[in-house]
Write a protein that binds this ligand. Structure first.
Ligand code: 9WO
Length: 268
């Protein structure tokens, strides 16, 4: 899998290339990351990549000519390596990505990612040259570089061989449409907080059941929107019911607490 990133700040991607799981995957050739600076594709003496917006207003807009020249060069380089890439632009106006979106991205052989700066890019680039527009969340940043890195990180770790343990990615939070279960390591008790008994039992079936129940319960409490999109099996529903019964019993024992939004949003 190949990423070609168009950015005025290629140095920012060193963090991805030098340290951690993604750096290792890149060094192993599991994924390929190339960086392209539109400033290198300018033709004027001042190497201009931005200009004032038509219609006036504050700030600057990224010029279309250097971006298209960069895009052509990146596309050709990928093509020369046998990769036909799609083009995506990172912006708050884009399609909001979730784990299913990342799985879809990982299924392509290559992506050219455009990281914008200033107030954004000339709209005519989006109209004619960009296949998809992606958002990683409803907030505005100072550029598309961090979102591009987020997408690359989330995608590369899904590729076969990227993670040490074969099952790590599959067992991740969100891969099954549920939040992750709680995790514990030694010591067995820390300042009066014990590790849940079942995790010490050695009973792998019971542990798997407890973890699924925790995942279901936490998803119901924290992210009811994720459960609304999927039907639970009878066994899962029973685990969730038991979780909620225990949760409500525990809650009614402690000092009165304001009901959470997730709970006030539904009949329980
Ligand atoms: C900057 C600005 C300044 C004054 C008035 C309006 C303004 N809008 C912007 C703006 O949206 N700048 C963007 C910065 C232009 C495209 C790249 N930038 C960006 C991408 N910010 N946030 C993202 C982003 C991308 C994906 N997911 C979440 C956020």
């Amino acid at each position: 899998m190949r990423f070609d990133v168009i950015t005025l700040f290629p140095e920012q991607f060193r963090i991805l290339q030098e340290e951690g799981v993604i750096a290792r995957a890149l060094k192993q050739g599991i994924a390929d990351l190339r960086l392209w600076n539109p400033r290198d594709f300018t033709t004027d003496t001042h190497r201009t990549v931005d200009d004032r917006p038509y219609g006036g207003g504050p700030g600057m807009v990224m010029k279309i000519e250097p971006l298209v020249s960069t895009l052509d060069a990146a596309r050709q380089a990928a093509r020369a390596d046998g990769v036909i890439s799609r083009v995506a632009y990172l912006s708050p106006q884009g399609l909001l990505l979730n784990q299913a979106g990342i799985v879809r991205i990982a299924a392509q052989p290559g992506w050219i990612l455009i990281a914008g700066r200033y107030e954004g890019i000339d709209e005519r680039l989006l109209t004619k040259y960009v296949d998809e527009e992606w958002s990683i969340g409803d907030y505005v940043l100072s550029g598309g570089e961090l979102p591009a890195m987020v997408v690359i990180d989330a995608t590369v770790r899904l590729l076969p061989g990227a993670l040490g343990h074969a099952d790590s990615a599959r067992q991740d939070s969100h891969m099954n449409g549920l939040l992750d279960c709680p995790h514990f390591t030694r010591p067995e008790s820390f300042r009066g907080q014990p590790v849940p008994e079942v995790l010490l039992s050695g009973d792998h079936a019971a542990i798997a059941k407890w973890r699924l129940q925790q995942s279901l319960g936490r998803t119901w409490l924290r992210r009811p929107d994720m459960l609304a999109n999927q039907a639970l099996s009878a066994a899962e529903q029973a685990l969730l019911d038991a979780f909620l019964q225990a949760h409500h019993a525990a809650e009614s024992q402690v000092a009165p607490e304001v009901e959470s939004d997730a709970e006030s949003d539904r009949e329980s």
